[in-house]
Ligand binder design. Structure first.
Ligand SMILES: Cc1cc2nc3c(=O)[nH]c(=O)nc-3n(C[C@H](O)[C@H](O)[C@H](O)COP(=O)(O)O)c2cc1C
Length: 298
């Protein structure tokens, strides 16, 4: 499938068929991603395939996922990384590459956060290395495709559709948006400095309208969509919001996911370039609730 189609198909899947996925298929997906270049060189990222999801589910319940609500899936993939400069963005980028590859092969996935209970998770999953836990992916064949697809699109519902899955307190932003629950492309990109919104026409003139249209379909914690981009000539700066719901770790993982979507779509649109996780001299008036994670150099 073309990458924009894969991005459009991807959803966080929270209900799975009991059917097992061929072990070799998942191993191949992991191998393909492990060989892929990440955002940073020389950072070890590992994936552990948890074949017996049923057993892990029983033990992980209360420990992994929003409010300890683990998603029941036939399998899981545990992601860990060496803790070096830029490792969280890098792991988000590589982890999401796995998600997109799995989507392309007809599998459903959902990221789950691992927070302060990391050592319990490692014990349960029999993880012996010292790498830091990044997240756990549920993986399998999606059940009830339509319902899952509409999770955040249920227009007019007064409660978050997530509550049906046992999450009591997640306020899903933008749930009333008619077509999808994503912010508009007009609210994602600024020109030259913070707050100077790029219109759809200005994005189109730069060949970037499609890029941002698809980029905003990237997953984020609680669908918070924390990203803003500042287009400054050949540099596109990514700033990510911190808020009281997520810690910086999650925000940096989300940044890496966003960087992947941006880069894939940029290349697809014929705009070559690469992300650099470097500090910038210019400040661009980025407000204090946001932090700059890097820039894309065309
Ligand atoms: C870092 C990260 C952690 C997440 N953790 C969870 C989680 O613990 N439980 C869950 O149900 N969904 C989790 N999600 C999925 C988001 O809720 C989902 O991506 C977002 O609501 C947008 O929906 P979509 O992925 O279907 O487009 C997580 C996503 C990310 C990127």
């Amino acid at each position: 499938m073309k990458i924009n189609k894969v991005i459009k198909e991807r959803r966080s899947v929270r209900e799975y068929k009991g059917k097992k996925v061929d072990k070799h298929l998942i191993e191949d997906i992991i191998a393909a991603v492990e060989n892929k270049k990440g955002l940073q060189e020389n950072i070890g990222v590992s994936f552990k395939f948890i074949e017996n999801g049923g057993e892990a589910y029983e033990k992980l319940d209360g420990i992994v996922g929003y409010f300890g609500k683990v998603i029941k899936a036939p399998h899981y993939i545990y992601i860990a990384s060496d803790a070096k400069e830029g490792y969280l963005e890098n792991a988000g980028y590589i982890g999401e590459s796995l998600v997109l590859k799995a989507t392309d092969l007809g599998l459903g996935t959902c990221w789950m956060e691992i927070n302060e209970k990391e050592s319990d998770v490692k014990k349960i999953l029999g993880i012996e290395d010292d790498r830091e836990a990044i997240g756990l992916l549920a993986i399998g064949y999606a059940k009830r495709e339509n319902k899952v697809a509409g999770l955040f699109d249920t227009k007019g519902k007064s409660i978050s559709p997530l509550t049906e899955f046992g999450y009591p307190n997640i306020e899903v932003k933008y749930a009333d948006e008619p077509v999808s629950s994503r912010i508009s492309i007009k609210d994602i990109a600024y020109l030259k400095e913070w707050g100077r919104k790029a219109s759809a026409k200005e994005l189109e003139d730069r060949g970037m309208a499609d890029l941002f249209y698809y980029m905003r379909l990237a997953p984020s914690w609680g669908n918070r969509q924390p990203w803003k981009f500042i287009i400054d000539g050949e540099k596109i700066i990514l700033a990510v919001e911190k808020d009281d719901k997520v810690n910086e770790k999650v925000a940096r993982i989300e940044a890496g996911i966003a960087m992947l979507y941006f880069e894939l779509m940029s290349h697809e649109q014929g705009i070559p370039g690469r992300w650099q996780l470097k500090k910038l001299e210019e400040k661009y008036n980025v407000p204090k609730e946001f932090f700059v994670t890097g820039f894309y150099k065309v």
